[in-house]
Structure formats: C-alpha cells, structure tokens
Design a protein around this ligand. Structure first.
Ligand SMILES: *Cc1c(COP(=O)(O)O)cnc(C)c1O
Length: 374
C-alpha cells in the first residue's frame, strides 16, 4: 500500500527534537503566547521576507482576521466585494463572508488551476475592493498580472498561502538588489495554515498572518487576543485565535526543514511529469521553477470513477481536492444557481496522487508504473 500522505512518517523524523522541546515547554510553566510563539513569528517573517508575522489558531482565522482588521482600519467597508477563485477550498470564501464582506467567485485558468487575471478584470465593479488570491495546490498565482491590475484599480491583494509555504515568485523586474520574494510577501497581506497536512504542518491546528503593513500587523495582533495587548485591558472587540505555544514549538523545529522538503516534493513532481506517459491522464502545468511547492500533485482523468477503482485495486492512495465546488455546497446556497463551467469541469475530473517529502524512490516508481499501465 502506498499511502496518499504518511503523516506519521513525516513527523517521526523529528521525534527526538519534539520530545526535548516538549519537556522544556512543560517545565517552563508558561503555556500561552510565550517564547516559542515569539520565535516562530520572528523566524517565519524572516523566512517569508516580511516585516511582520502574527500567529493565529488556524488558517481560516488568519484570513478572517486580515479582513476584519482592514474593516477596523477603515480600508474595507461592510459589503465591499472581494474577488475569490471559484475552485478554492471553502475556507477562502467563508473568511470573506465571516468578516461581513461579499465574495465574488471567479473562474480559474484550466491549465494552472489558479485564478485567471482576465476573469478578474471582467468581474471588477465599483464595489470591488480586494482580490483574495489562492496559490492552489502549491503553485503561485500569476502575481505579476494580478498586482499590476490591483495597482491600477486601487484594490488590496490578499494571499491565501495555506498551500504554498516557501514558493518563490518569478518577478518581472529582476534588479541586482531585488529581494527574493516568497508566498506571504507577494501582496498586501497573507494567511497561512499549518494544518498537519500542509507543507509546513503542526501536530494540530495553527496559522499565521504575514504582512509589511505595520497598522495591519498591530490590529491583527490585538484582535487575535481579545483586542488586548496589556492583560485585562481591551482596546477593540477581538477574538481568541492565538497560535498555540506547543504548536509553535513544533513549527520552530520543522521550519528549518521546509526548503529541503519542498525540494523533495519538486523532485517527485519532476519525475511524475517526465515519466508518467499515459494519454488518458492529464498532467499538471509546471514552469520547472521554484514557484511551485507541490502541496498536492493533481492530475485529471475523464472517467474518474473507473480510475479510482483502478488505484484502489493497486493499493495506491489518492484524494480529491475537492469533490464538490464551493458554489454547489449547501453551505453556500447563495451561489447554488450560478454556473462555473471551468470549475465544474475541474472538480469532476481531478484526482491527487501520492506526494510527500518522505516517499521513497521505489514508491515513486511504483506509482509511475501503475499509472502508465492504466
Ligand atoms: C487548509 C486551507 C485553509 C484553511 O486552513 P485551516 O488551518 O484548516 O483553517 C484555507 N485555505 C486553503 C486554500 C487551504 O488549503
């Protein structure tokens, strides 16, 4: 059996370090917003190249807190429209709704699965105030085009970077002193999730906001902790969405291995792209640069039910990201009448095959051979 994702194997690599860190965490007697959270915030900001990182309880909260903070700062108003890709994970859309804003769903590009800048242009109205970009499946969206568009229209750009930790942008302008720009530092603000299955995953829930905007950073930091920076003094009506101290301790250990893990994912992606040769299977687009961190490796197949049965019979794990598009979910009934043909086509035909930094060359070869024999 080749697992879709072996989470235990991924984390077992760090077992001794986790145990050591847990022991000092336990002995410290300090369990909320301590030195581990502080260290993670400093190190993850520096990893992304941003001035600020604020830890949160999860990725959905990170997104929601960005929007609520922009409302608090007067940069967004209730019912402003936010453009969101129609084929994203539902959390992106829920964050916009939960903050009291209006999501406007836009079709992706069929080749990259990321939001199409042309489609964004078609959906801009006088009420549009922000674009929520999702780097879906680990591949950066077309940030050159999206940032240029946002600049000319005066829109905020927020990244949902929950699937793209460490992805490096290929920017138009390459001057000798231009910094490498990574996901989390490609718009006005970004949200990350460290859900265990993500490229940088905790052993429970965790998330973070990154930004270069000092006002936004301060507001998110207040809001995630009851609107309080001084104990029992509440400046704004906040929430409890703190990054857990123990999860931050685990993340501090794992952050050091993120680049290495992403390289391994890319090398698996390259092998799949070179060696899977089957006309029934549509392989994903990849520029061969570091703008993709292969959170998942998504292929398309017309008769998916038949292919699923085949994988099952050959003991190859798989998942579908995602089986029901957000606009067809009962939870989002306001979109149920709308049609998104590209999104629907993607959701009917996609399937994700095994991808993780702990796959052996033999396992990769087996997946390739089984797919070629389909
Ligand atoms: C995982 C994920 C989220 C939400 O993260 P949680 O930590 O589960 O709240 C948001 N957006 C995308 C694209 C995701 O993949």
């Amino acid at each position: 059996m080749i697992k879709f994702l072996d989470l235990h194997k991924i984390n077992a690599r760090f077992e001794i370090h986790f145990q050591e860190r847990f022991r000092s965490f336990l002995n410290s007697g300090y369990y909320i917003l301590g030195s581990e959270v502080e260290r993670f915030e400093a190190d993850f900001a520096s990893y992304c190249g941003t001035n600020y990182c604020i830890g949160t309880a999860n990725g959905l909260d990170a997104l929601t807190l960005i929007f609520k903070s922009y409302i608090h700062l007067g940069k967004l108003q209730r019912n402003d429209e936010v453009i969101v890709p129609a084929n994203t994970y539902i959390a992106s859309i829920l964050s916009v709704i939960n903050a009291g804003l209006k999501p406007v769903l836009v079709e992706p590009d069929l080749e990259t699965y990321n939001i199409s800048p042309e489609e964004i242009t078609k959906h801009i109205t006088p009420n549009t105030k922000a674009i929520l970009v999702v780097h879906l499946y680990g591949q950066l969206a077309d940030m050159n085009a999206i940032n240029a568009l946002a600049k000319s229209e005066g829109l905020l750009v927020i990244e949902d970077a929950a699937q793209a930790h460490g992805a490096v942008a290929n920017l138009n302008v390459k001057t000798p002193n231009s910094k490498i720009r990574k996901s989390g530092n490609l718009g006005d603000a970004a949200a990350f999730s460290f859900y265990p299955t993500k490229n940088l995953g905790a052993l429970g829930d965790a998330g973070a906001v990154t930004t270069n905007d000092e006002d936004l950073a301060q507001t998110v930091k207040l809001m995630r902790n009851y609107g309080s920076s001084k104990k029992y003094v509440n400046e704004i009506a906040g929430v409890n969405s703190r990054l857990d101290e123990l999860q931050a301790a685990f993340l501090n250990i794992k952050l050091k291995h993120l680049d290495e893990d992403n390289s391994k994912r890319r090398s698996i992606g390259k092998r799949y792209l070179q060696e899977i040769k089957n006309k029934k299977l549509i392989l994903p687009f990849y520029s061969c640069e570091n703008d993709h961190v292969f959170h998942v490796f998504v292929i398309r197949v017309i008769d998916r039910a038949d292919f699923e049965a085949y994988l099952h019979a050959h003991d190859i794990g798989y998942l579908i990201h995602y089986p029901i598009p957000p606009h067809q979910q009962n939870a989002l009934s306001m979109f149920n009448e709308e049609l998104f043909p590209i999104t629907e086509k993607i959701h009917k035909t996609i399937i994700s095959i095994p991808m993780s930094p702990v796959m052996s060359e033999d396992e990769i070869s087996t997946v390739i051979n089984v797919l070629n024999a389909y």
